[in-house]
Write a protein that binds this ligand. Structure first.
Ligand SMILES: [Mg+2]
Length: 231
């Protein structure tokens, strides 16, 4: 089946994202250094994030509330209001972080856009994703923008059926095996994994190494060559 639609993940595929979470987490660790060991604190925070995903979904707001909950927990409810304020402030600052596109992204999207239906598929806070897309200046290269609450096989099936002829004519490119690759392949599409040095612990999954429609590339710049090779 000919690939006519390209789906791109945004965070840590087109631009840096996890780096800002890691920096905030370091700041959080320093704020609570008198109350908890860094390792213990990170474990507690991850548990809170996992628990809260079902309530708040993906994104900075849920992450901020998870930091507040963790601070209350590790201090046995004695966390100073000053520390809570600093956590909230760190969360607010994340909503203003600069958008740094990753190497090869702009030129590759410009090269592909005339020949493919281009769809950006991202999850997280709607407002924050819209801000980042606007700041990236990449918006006009996409035919459709999909900001979703989660990425499942059904999500890809729906989006690629609307956008292209069928999921079989689509290729999803992203840094998360769990969100971008495994469910896209399950929907019948190609899944092209571009690993990023920093990937959130909750985004890990086993590599679908045996799937015929799975490929791993080093960067977005290698996508055009892959498309030529599989056509
Ligand atoms: Mg990503």
């Amino acid at each position: 089946m000919k690939v006519t639609t390209l789906g791109f993940d945004a965070d840590d595929t087109l631009w840096e994202n996890e780096r800002f979470f890691k920096l905030t987490e370091e700041r959080f660790t320093e704020l609570l250094i008198d109350f908890a060991e860094p390792y213990h604190l990170r474990e507690k925070l991850l548990a809170a994030e996992r628990r809260n995903l079902k309530v708040y979904g993906f994104g900075i707001k849920g992450f901020t509330l998870s930091m507040v909950e963790t601070a209350i927990e590790v201090t046995d409810e004695r966390v100073p209001a000053r520390v809570i304020e600093q956590i909230l402030s760190a969360g607010r600052e994340m909503h203003a972080h600069p958008v740094e596109t990753l190497p090869f992204v702009r030129e590759t999207l410009e090269q592909l856009a005339p020949d493919y239906r281009m769809v950006l598929i991202t999850k997280g806070d709607l407002f924050d994703q819209e801000r980042k897309l606007a700041a990236s200046g990449l918006g006009e290269l996409f035919d459709a923008i999909e900001i979703v609450s989660d990425k499942t096989a059904e999500t890809y099936s729906r989006i690629f059926s609307e956008a292209g002829e069928s999921p079989e004519n689509a290729m999803m490119v992203g840094n998360s095996l769990k969100s971008d690759i495994v469910p896209a392949i399950a929907a019948g599409s190609w899944g092209v994994h571009i690993p990023h040095d920093l990937t959130w612990a909750l985004e890990h999954a086993d590599e679908p190494a045996k799937a015929k429609q799975y490929r791993r590339l080093n960067n977005v710049g290698e996508v055009p060559a892959l498309l030529r090779q599989i056509m």
